[in-house]
Design a protein around this ligand. Structure first.
Ligand SMILES: Nc1ncnc2c1ncn2[C@@H]1O[C@H](COP(=O)(O)OP(=O)(O)O)[C@@H](O)[C@H]1O
Ligand SMILES: O=C(O)[C@H](O)[C@@H](O)[C@H](O)[C@H](O)COP(=O)(O)O
Length: 186
């Protein structure tokens, strides 16, 4: 496969997506998006009350992120997205648009064909104990730590034929970044 022009850093809440994505973007000089910044207020309020999001809450959010990625990649921009992307279908939407089909995700009825985003999925994996420990220490975030169990329950780890790597959150940040850069170059 050709070198990716987009990286998706995924995993449950507290797995290190924002931290890893930010560091990676500054090292590579790629544009960085944090999917959390694109949640509508209703989603934030729901999560803040300790209610997990469902497909209905997530799909428009993912479609919007797909459109943003697609626009950047089409203009030659290299991008990194930090996004939970817990289910396979969510990753399909990020890559291909709604229903995993290469269609534009708007409601206009226009079925505009889009090029697939060439993307490497980086899954940050770790135990409930390690990740909940980190979330409990993290301050100033809308996500309630009680939602972590539902994130693990929802998680469908990437598998073939997805283009992915898994990295343990037990590694330190420089090891994680080095592994991603090395994989991306292959
Ligand atoms: N590899 C790591 N080793 C130690 N601490 C980490 C690591 N990755 C992230 N952290 C810390 O864990 C917490 C959660 O990370 P964050 O990037 O906010 O996760 P996410 O974006 O997946 O919710 C933060 O306080 C961050 O500094
Ligand atoms: O799909 C979801 O349920 C949400 O995206 C959820 O994952 C939330 O956005 C983050 O987990 C909270 O932010 P952090 O991932 O930064 O904790």
């Amino acid at each position: 496969m050709a070198a990716p022009s987009a990286l998706l850093v995924m995993g449950v809440s507290g797995s290190g997506k924002s931290t890893v994505g930010t560091l990676l973007a500054s090292q590579l000089g790629w544009k960085f998006y944090d999917a959390d910044d694109y949640h509508p207020e209703e989603n934030r309020m729901k999560m803040g009350k300790g209610i997990p999001l469902n497909d209905q809450d997530r799909i428009p959010w993912l479609c919007n992120l797909h459109d943003i990625l697609q626009r950047d990649v089409a203009s030659g921009q290299h991008v990194i997205l930090a996004c939970s992307a817990l289910k396979k279908v969510y990753r399909d939407i990020l890559i291909q648009g709604k229903n995993g089909a290469p269609l534009k995700c708007d409601e206009s009825g226009k079925e505009e064909k889009l090029a697939e985003v060439k993307l490497l999925v980086v899954h940050l994996t770790g135990s409930f104990e390690v990740i909940s420990g980190r979330l409990l220490k993290r301050k100033g975030h809308f996500m309630s730590p009680e939602l972590l169990q539902s994130q693990f329950d929802t998680l469908e780890p990437p598998s073939a034929p997805e283009n992915f790597i898994q990295i343990s959150v037990d590694k330190n940040l420089s090891e994680i970044i080095a592994t991603i850069i090395e994989t991306k170059m292959k």
